[in-house]
Design a protein around this ligand. Structure first.
Ligand SMILES: Cc1ncc(COP(=O)(O)O)c(C=O)c1O
Length: 324
């Protein structure tokens, strides 16, 4: 066992699990990397730590300066933990469309949470690009008012670097290099962007696939009027992502909200992996790949965050009771 000097030492190095029951139904192997075992229960802890450390190093963040970020909750939770440990007040700006667990958790971790009303016609639990634009506008306002450092997860190179330097090497270490494909639901694109760049730089034959919500695709096909969807943490229909170069990707998969829900439930029931919507989308995508062009492959994906973050949502609230 390792003794950590602070909670920050527990970020990363998450376990990888072979999904034996689900793989046995398919040709190939599925592996889930349990990012929800990070201290903020999501993969964004990695990016949060990387952003703050990079800003400390390049001098753009001064001791005690407030930090601010737009968040769907996970980045904010990671930043709440990192900032509290390092002595920076943290302000999280979030749409009211995101689940209440997220706001409560950030407050519990010492953050100030500013909630922004959704655009007229938006649905709670379904944060649209328009909702996100409102959160962005409020973030910029507050940033000026408070003289805060903007963490900027959509632009910060440090986020993708965290996955380049850690997530992908961990995957390869745990699989002894025997990995054929990775798929990941895209938000800022930092995770998949970092992984895909690692693959390119090391000349590996590992295919990287982007997962997007059906009806709100921006990479696989350029949907002009995106539909809302329940897959929190991404699918913002942003055609240009600073941290993800689509040229490095082998393909794109569209997954419906319903498919992501059914897959997340199946994953919890059969494998004991209790994760959120985006992990469900990743599993649905990986399953489709094993049934088509990646038949026989070893596919890894991230269990991006914990299912506990969605107890108030229809991901679990109307889970059918299983007999026997
Ligand atoms: C639950 C969840 N899934 C997926 C993503 C997308 O990750 P990335 O921003 O690295 O593309 C996020 C990002 O916040 C997230 O919170």
């Amino acid at each position: 066992m390792t003794l950590h000097r602070s909670i920050l030492g527990t970020i990363g190095d998450t376990p990888l699990v072979h999904l034996g029951t689900l793989s046995a139904r398919l040709e190939g192997d599925l592996y889930a990397k349990l990012e929800y075992l990070n201290p903020g229960y999501s993969k964004k802890d990695r990016a949060a730590l990387a952003i703050i450390e990079a800003a400390e190093q390049d001098g753009s963040l001064q001791p005690g300066q407030p930090v601010i970020e737009l968040t769907s909750g996970n980045m904010g939770t990671g930043l709440s933990i990192v900032c509290a440990q390092k002595g920076y007040p943290f302000i999280a700006v979030m749409s009211r469309g995101n689940s209440v667990e997220r706001a409560n958790m950030m407050r519990a971790l010492g953050a100030e949470v500013v909630l922004v009303e959704q655009a007229p016609g938006s649905v709670v639990g379904q944060v649209s690009g328009e909702d996100l634009a409102r959160v962005e506008a409020r973030t910029l306002e507050l940033c000026r008012e408070r003289g805060a450092y903007r963490a900027d997860q959509f632009l910060s190179e440090a986020c993708a670097r965290a996955h380049y330097e850690n997530t992908m090497p961990e995957l390869l270490r745990d699989l002894d290099g025997k990995l054929d494909a990775v798929c990941d639901f895209v938000g800022s694109g930092s995770s998949l962007g970092g992984i895909a760049r690692y693959v390119r730089d090391h000349g590996l034959n590992i295919r990287c696939y982007a997962v997007e919500p059906a009806g709100a695709e921006a990479l696989g096909r350029q949907v002009t009027s995106p539909e809302s969807h329940p897959i929190q943490g991404g699918g913002y229909s942003m055609p240009e992502l600073e941290l993800l170069d689509p040229a490095l990707l082998h393909g794109f998969l569209s997954i419906t909200g319903e498919e992501s829900i059914q897959a997340a439930r199946e994953l919890a029931r059969t494998e004991g992996v209790f994760a959120g919507f985006s992990c469900g989308a990743n599993l649905a995508a990986a399953t489709r790949l094993l049934q088509s062009e990646e038949r026989g492959s070893r596919i890894a994906f991230l269990a991006c965050d914990s299912g506990l973050k969605y107890l108030s949502t229809n991901l679990w609230s109307d889970t059918p009771q299983h007999e026997g």
